[in-house]
Design a protein. Structure first.
Lengths: 156, 417
C-alpha cells in the first residue's frame, strides 16, 4: 500500500509543481478544497514557535484573491519559476486522506536567463481523496529560505 | 568627502550616493556610529535574565542581552581576542556566560570579558603577559536606551538623550504603539539588491504609496484622497505618513485616480473581505500610521497589522529588511488570528508592500552608470522642509538628506535644515 500512496503523492506533487512552473495559477488553485488552508511561513518562525506567516489563506476563495491580485494588482520582478520537488514521505494514510511531506527547491530565472535559488524548504500537505483524485485540505510551505530575495508574489 | 548637491534644499539627489563605496564606509562611521540612535529590538524579545538577541547597527553585529540583575546591555558581537563572533545563535537564552568557541574566551551577560583559558599558562610556562588586564578588553559597548519597550543604541557619548532625539513626535508615536505590553508574533526577512538609503527614502515617500502599491488604492486601505498628511520632528530626520480610515468617498477617489495609467479602482473585487477588516484600536482614529526613525527603523500600522522594520545595510549595493510582527499580550485568540490574516498585507509577500523590493532594485540597476546625474525630489514643493496636511509629497525625503548630510559633514553651503 505504501508504494501506492507514495505514487499518488508523487503524481500530485508533479502536477502541483508543473502548474506553478507553467504559470497556470488558476488551475493550481483547483488543487485545493473550497475549505482549505494555504500557508507559507519561515522555518525560523517555526523553530521559535512563532505564528507569523509570509502568506496565509484560510480558504480557497482567499487563495483565488491572492492569484487575482498577483495577476492584476501587484507588481513583481519578471521571472520564470522552476520547482524541483523531492520524493514524498508518507506520514499518515487513511482511505479518504493522505498526509505527506516533501522537500522542494524553487529557482527563479529572469527574462535574460539568469537563474538564482529563490527558496528551499518542505511541503507538509494533507489531502482529501475523491475517488482517484487528491485535493489539498491543508498546504503548509515551510521555507528554510526565510530571507526572501526581492519579494514573494507567486505561491510556492 | 564632498557631495556636489545641485540644490541647497535637497530637491535633487546625486545618484552617486547609492553607489560610492567610500561614502558607504563613511556613513557606517558618521551615521551609524555617529551622534544618533539606531533601533535595536523590542524589550519583549529579551524578557528574562539571560535572554539575548542579535541585531545590527549599520553593518556592525550587535548583541542585546539581559543580565541577571535585569539590566539590558548592547555590545559588539566580536571576541576581543581574534575577532570571532561571540554569539552565533540569532536569539536565545544564555544560562551562564557567552563563550567564544575559538579559544573559549568568556563574556558575561553584560558583555564584559571575564575569562581567558590558560591565562597564567601551565606549570609556569606560556600564558598571557602578567599585566594583561581583562577590563581593558571588553567588547565595545553601546549606550542603550529603553523607550517604553523599544530599544535604541548608539556608539556615541555625545548623542543627545533619547527623548530629545525622538522629539515630541517620535516619543508620542512610540507611546501610542507601546501603550500596553506587546506580544511578538514572528519575523520576516527581505533581501533587496539596492542601497539602504533607497529604503530610507521609500519610507518617507508618501507619493509612491498609493501609486506603486495599487492594492492600497483598489481597496481604499490608503489613498491620497483620504484625510491625512505627513509630520516630521523639528530636525526633519524622523517622519510619519498618516491617514484616517473612511475619510474619503469612492467617487472622490475615482475622480482623483482617473487617467493614471496602471492604477484602477475597480480592477478586482475580493471574494473574501476579511483581509481588509479593520477593528479600531487606537484613540487617534488612524488606520495607517508609519512613524519612521532615523536612521534605520519604522514602526508601521496598516489596519490591524503592527510591525517594526529594521534596515540592515549589507554593503553598498544591498540591504535586508528585518520585520518584527507584534500584537498585544491581552489580544484575544480571535484578535491574534485577525492580526495574522492582516499580515498578508505587509512584509516581503505583503499585498501592499512587496513592490518596494522591486522598485528599489530597478533604481539601483538603472543609476549605476549615471552617478553624475541626479533624481528629482520636487513633489510637494521646494525650499523649506515642513509638515503638510496632504500626502502628495516627497518633502520628508528632503528632510532625511538634510540630516544625513549634517551627520556626514557634506552639507552644501547654506544647506537648509
Amino acid at each position: 500500500m505504501t508504494a501506492q500512496f507514495t505514487w499518488e503523492a508523487m503524481s500530485f506533487l508533479s502536477k502541483y509543481g508543473m502548474l506553478l512552473d507553467q504559470d497556470r495559477l488558476e488551475d493550481w488553485v483547483e488543487l485545493f478544497e473550497p475549505q482549505s488552508e494555504y500557508k507559507v511561513y519561515s522555518r525560523e518562525n517555526e523553530e521559535l514557535g512563532l505564528p507569523a506567516p509570509l502568506m496565509w489563506c484560510d480558504n480557497r476563495a482567499m487563495l483565488s484573491d491572492r492569484i487575482q491580485s498577483y495577476r492584476n494588482v501587484n507588481e513583481h520582478n519578471f521571472h520564470w519559476a522552476r520547482h524541483i520537488i523531492g520524493m514524498p514521505h508518507i506520514l499518515h494514510a487513511e482511505p479518504d486522506s493522505l498526509h505527506f511531506q516533501a522537500g522542494y527547491s524553487l529557482f527563479q530565472t529572469n527574462l535574460e536567463g539568469e537563474t538564482r535559488t529563490f527558496s528551499v524548504g518542505r511541503y507538509d500537505f494533507i489531502c482529501d481523496r475523491h475517488s482517484d483524485e487528491l485535493r489539498l485540505k491543508r498546504a503548509w510551505v515551510i521555507a528554510d529560505t526565510g530571507l526572501i530575495k526581492t519579494l514573494l508574489a507567486a505561491p510556492i | 568627502m564632498h557631495i556636489d548637491w545641485p540644490r541647497k534644499d535637497y530637491s535633487q539627489v546625486p545618484f552617486s550616493v547609492y553607489h560610492d563605496p567610500e561614502l558607504y564606509q563613511l556613513e557606517m562611521e558618521r551615521v551609524f556610529r555617529g551622534d544618533c540612535w539606531s533601533y535595536l529590538a523590542f524589550e519583549a524579545e529579551v524578557p528574562n535574565p539571560g535572554d539575548f538577541r542579535t541585531t545590527w547597527v549599520g553593518d556592525t553585529p550587535v548583541v542585546v542581552s539581559r543580565s541577571d540583575d535585569g539590566q539590558l546591555h548592547a555590545f559588539v558581537n566580536r571576541c576581543s581576542h581574534r575577532g570571532a563572533q561571540i554569539v552565533r545563535e540569532v536569539s536565545g537564552h544564555c544560562k551562564t556566560d557567552h563563550v567564544c568557541i575559538y579559544h573559549r574566551w568568556c563574556y558575561s551577560k553584560k558583555g564584559e570579558l571575564i575569562g581567558v583559558p590558560f591565562r597564567r599558562g601551565l606549570q609556569g610556562q606560556g600564558g598571557m603577559p602578567a599585566d594583561f588586564d581583562m577590563k581593558a578588553h571588553h567588547p565595545r559597548a553601546l549606550r542603550l536606551a529603553n523607550y517604553h519597550g523599544v530599544l535604541f543604541g548608539t556608539f556615541s557619548e555625545a548623542a543627545e538623550p533619547i527623548e530629545s532625539y525622538l522629539g515630541e513626535f517620535g516619543t508620542g508615536m512610540i507611546k501610542r504603539f507601546m501603550h500596553k505590553p506587546i506580544k511578538i508574533l514572528g519575523y520576516t526577512r527581505q533581501l533587496i539588491e539596492g542601497n539602504w538609503k533607497l529604503y530610507a527614502e521609500n519610507l518617507r515617500d508618501t507619493y509612491h504609496a498609493s501609486l506603486l502599491h495599487e492594492f492600497f488604492v483598489t481597496y481604499g486601505v490608503d489613498r491620497a484622497t483620504q484625510k491625512g498628511g505627513v509630520r516630521m520632528d523639528d530636525r526633519h530626520r524622523h517622519n510619519m505618513n498618516y491617514a484616517f480610515s473612511n475619510s474619503d468617498t469612492q467617487s472622490q477617489a475615482q475622480q482623483a485616480y482617473a487617467g493614471i495609467s496602471g492604477v484602477e479602482l475597480d480592477r478586482m473585487r475580493l471574494s473574501d473581505q476579511k483581509i481588509l477588516a479593520y477593528q479600531h484600536e487606537f484613540a487617534d482614529g488612524l488606520n495607517l500610521a508609519t512613524p519612521t526613525f532615523f536612521p534605520n527603523a519604522i514602526i508601521i500600522q496598516i489596519n490591524n497589522s503592527l510591525s517594526s522594520r529594521q534596515i540592515r545595510p549589507k554593503g553598498v549595493n544591498a540591504h535586508e529588511i528585518f520585520q518584527t510582527l507584534f500584537g498585544y499580550e491581552d489580544d484575544t485568540e480571535e484578535m491574534t488570528r485577525h492580526r495574522l490574516i492582516s499580515a498578508n498585507l505587509v512584509g516581503p509577500a505583503g499585498l501592499v508592500s512587496m513592490e518596494d523590493g522591486e522598485a528599489i532594485e530597478i533604481v539601483q540597476k538603472a543609476t549605476r552608470r549615471e552617478t553624475a546625474s541626479h533624481s528629482l525630489v520636487e513633489m510637494g514643493g521646494l525650499g523649506p522642509i515642513q509638515n503638510l496636511e496632504h500626502r502628495v509629497t516627497e518633502t520628508p525625503i528632503r528632510g532625511f538628506w538634510s540630516y544625513w548630510s549634517e551627520l556626514m559633514g557634506v552639507e552644501p553651503e547654506g544647506g537648509i535644515r
